[in-house]
Design a protein around this ligand. Structure first.
Ligand SMILES: Cc1cc2nc3c(=O)[nH]c(=O)nc-3n(C[C@H](O)[C@H](O)[C@H](O)COP(=O)(O)OP(=O)(O)OC[C@H]3O[C@@H](n4cnc5c(N)ncnc54)[C@H](O)[C@@H]3O)c2cc1C
Ligand code: FES
Ligand code: FES
Length: 487
C-alpha cells in the first residue's frame, strides 16, 4: 500500500507523507513551497489567477494541461508533474517565449492575474502551434483581467510563437517521461491525516470494493464541485475516494452506435468524440466552465452532482444516454431520465457509483442544444434546452425534449413531447404544442431569472429549434434578430 504522494515540481521529485489530502495545491504552493507567484483571486475556479500546469504522461509524450490550483487537492498530484510560473524562466535568466510576448505586447498591468494568464498560454504553447483567434479566446476565457484588457494578451498569444513552439521543456521531455514513469504506482495510495482518509486506487475492482466498504465516503473526480465544499463551505471531508487514477475509467470510445465515456475521463478528453457526432453538444461543452475546469471536471461528476442546471444533463437526456452503475462486482444500466429522483437526489444506492456513460449515436435524428446565460463564457445557465427529433417525411415520429433550470431536476417535457408526436413539424404546431410546456414546468424565480422569463425562453428555444431544423441556423438567427428588433 503506497502512503506517499510523489510528483515532480518543476524538475524535482517531491515526496509528501504526512499531508492533509484536502489541502489545495494553491495552499501547498504558497505556504509549504513558498512559491507565491501563483495567486488566489476567488478560491472557486472562476478567475484563473491560480492557474498552474499539470504534466500528465501520455505514451511517449507529456500532456500539458492548465488547471485551477485553488480547487485541486494536493493528493491528486500523485504521478504527475506540476509546473508553476516560477519554473518558466530559463536557467540563464531569460524569459520564456510566453513571458517575453506578454512583456513585448504590454499584456500585464496589475500583475496579479498575469501568472495565471502566462500559465494558460504556456499550456496552449505546448498543445498547439497555430491556434485560431477563437481558440485563443477559449483558452483565455478562464482568466479574468479587469485592467489591461484582453487585446494585448491576445496579441501576446499570437506573438509567443515567433520562434516556433520548442522551449526547454520540449528539450527535456523524454527525461521528464522517465521521471514520471519512475513515480507511477501499481497499488492504492492511502493517506491518513488529522482524521481524514484518502484512497486513490488504480484498478476498477479495487475502487468498487472501496466504495462498497465505505458507502459514506465522498467520491472525488475532478473536484470542480467537491473542491468548493472545502474552500467555500469549509466542510470537513472525512473519507475521500479518488477516481482519477483508475485507467479503466479514463477511456472514451466511439464505436458504430454509441459513445462510451469512462467516469474519470475529463471534459477535455471527451470533447472530440462528443463534438464529432453532436456539434451542438460540443458547443455546449466549449462553453462549460473554462479550459481549466474542463481539464479536470468530468461528465460523470456533472451527472452525480445532479444540479438542476447541470449543463450536460438536458443534452444527455434528449440523446437517451444511459449510465452504467457499479456496486462491487455487479453493474446495472439506468436511463438518465430515471436517474434524477428529486432536488440533487439520484437513483444511486449506497456503495454504488457511475462507472461509465453511454450515449447512442443517432444518425437519423436532428439534435440541438442551447444554453442561455447572462454571459457567454464561464456562466451558469438560466435555462438549458436540448431536443432530439425523428421525422417521418415532415411529420414528427417522436421528439425528446429536455430542459435544465425549469424544475428541481433536469427533466423531459413529456406533455409537450406528446403534443407534438404525429403532428406536422411546422411553426403552427410547434407554437401550439409549446404551450404544453407551461403544464410540464413551473419554474422558480431566483437571482438568475424570473419564472416568467424561464417559461418564455423555454418556448422560444423550441420555436428556434423548429426554425433551425426547417430553414437552417443562419436564416433562423436573422428571423429571431428581426423579431427582436421589431418588438
Ligand atoms: C469555475 C467553475 C465553472 C463551472 N462551470 C460549469 C458549467 O458551465 N456548467 C455546469 O454544468 N457545471 C459547471 N461547473 C460545475 C462542475 O464543474 C461540474 O459539475 C463538473 O462536471 C463536476 O465534475 P467533477 O469531476 O469535477 O466532479 P467532483 O467535484 O469530483 O464531484 C462532484 C460530485 O459528484 C460525485 N461523483 C463524482 N464522480 C462520481 C462517480 N463516478 N460516481 C458517483 N458519484 C460521483 C462526487 O462525490 C461529488 O458529489 C463549474 C464549476 C466551476 C468551479
Ligand atoms: S483563485 Fe480564482 S480560479 Fe483559483
Ligand atoms: S493585468 Fe491584472 S487584472 Fe488585468
Amino acid at each position: 500500500m503506497a502512503q506517499t504522494v510523489r510528483f515532480i515540481l518543476g524538475d524535482e521529485i517531491r515526496e509528501l507523507t504526512d499531508i492533509d489530502p484536502t489541502m489545495t495545491v494553491l495552499t501547498y504552493l504558497r505556504t509549504v513551497e513558498r512559491r507565491t507567484g501563483t495567486k488566489e483571486g476567488c478560491a472557486e475556479g472562476d478567475c484563473g489567477a491560480c492557474t498552474v500546469v499539470l504534466g500528465i504522461p501520455d505514451g511517449d509524450r507529456v500532456r500539458y494541461r492548465a488547471v485551477d490550483s485553488c480547487i485541486l487537492f494536493v493528493a491528486t498530484l500523485d504521478g504527475k508533474q506540476l509546473i508553476t510560473v516560477e519554473d518558466l524562466r530559463d536557467r540563464d535568466g531569460s524569459l520564456h517565449p510566453v513571458q517575453q510576448a506578454m512583456v513585448d505586447c504590454h499584456g500585464s498591468q496589475c500583475g496579479f492575474c498575469t501568472p495565471g494568464f502566462v500559465m494558460s498560454l504556456f499550456a496552449l504553447y505546448h498543445c498547439e502551434l497555430e491556434p485560431s483567434d477563437r481558440r485563443i479566446s477559449d483558452v483565455l476565457a478562464g482568466n479574468l483581467c479587469r485592467c489591461t484588457g484582453y487585446r494585448p494578451i491576445i496579441e501576446a498569444a499570437r506573438r509567443m510563437y515567433a520562434n516556433g513552439n520548442g522551449d526547454r521543456f520540449t528539450a527535456v521531455e523524454s527525461a521528464v517521461i522517465e521521471q514520471l514513469r519512475s513515480i507511477q504506482r501499481a497499488d492504492t495510495l492511502t493517506l491518513m491525516h488529522g482524521g481524514r482518509t484518502y484512497y486513490a486506487p488504480v484498478s476498477l475492482s479495487t475502487l468498487a470494493s472501496l466504495v462498497e466498504r465505505h458507502p459514506d465516503a465522498r467520491l472525488l473526480s475532478g473536484g470542480t464541485d467537491l473542491g468548493l465544499l472545502v474552500t467555500k463551505q469549509h466542510e470537513d471531508l472525512d473519507t475521500l475516494i479518488y477516481l482519477g487514477d483508475v485507467r479503466e475509467l479514463q477511456t472514451v470510445c466511439a464505436d458504430g452506435d454509441q459513445i462510451e465515456i469512462g467516469a474519470a475521463a475529463t471534459f477535455t478528453d471527451a470533447f472530440d468524440a462528443v463534438a464529432d457526432h453532436y456539434p451542438d453538444f460540443g458547443e455546449l461543452l466549449r462553453r462549460f466552465g473554462s479550459v481549466q475546469v474542463r481539464n479536470t471536471g468530468t461528465l460523470a461528476g456533472n451527472i452525480a452532482t445532479a444540479s438542476p442546471i447541470g449543463d450536460s444533463l438536458p443534452a444527455l437526456m434528449a440523446l437517451d444516454a444511459r449510465l452504467v452503475l457499479r456496486r462491487g462486482g455487479t453493474t446495472r444500466e439506468v436511463g438518465l431520465d430515471e436517474f434524477f429522483v428529486g432536488y440533487r437526489r439520484t437513483a444511486m444506492q449506497p456503495g454504488e457509483f457511475i462507472e461509465r456513460i453511454r450515449i447512442p449515436i443517432h444518425t437519423r435524428r436532428r439534435f440541438a442544444a442551447y444554453k442561455i446565460s447572462k454571459r457567454f463564457d464561464q456562466d451558469i445557465a438560466s435555462v438549458c434546452a436540448a431536443y432530439s427529433l425523428a421525422l417521418d417525411g415532415s411529420t414528427v415520429r417522436d421528439i425528446r425534449i429536455a430542459y435544465g433550470g425549469m424544475a428541481p431536476t433536469p427533466r423531459r417535457a413529456r406533455l409537450c413531447e406528446q403534443a407534438l408526436a404525429g403532428c406536422p413539424w411546422n411553426e403552427a404546431t410547434v407554437e401550439q404544442a409549446s404551450h404544453a410546456l407551461d403544464r410540464d414546468f413551473a419554474p422558480i424565480t431566483d437571482l438568475r431569472a424570473s419564472s416568467a422569463y424561464r417559461s418564455l425562453v423555454a418556448r422560444n428555444l423550441l420555436r428556434k429549434f423548429q426554425l433551425e431544423t426547417t430553414h437552417g441556423a443562419v436564416e433562423t438567427r436573422i428571423v429571431v434578430y428581426a423579431e427582436h428588433c421589431h418588438g
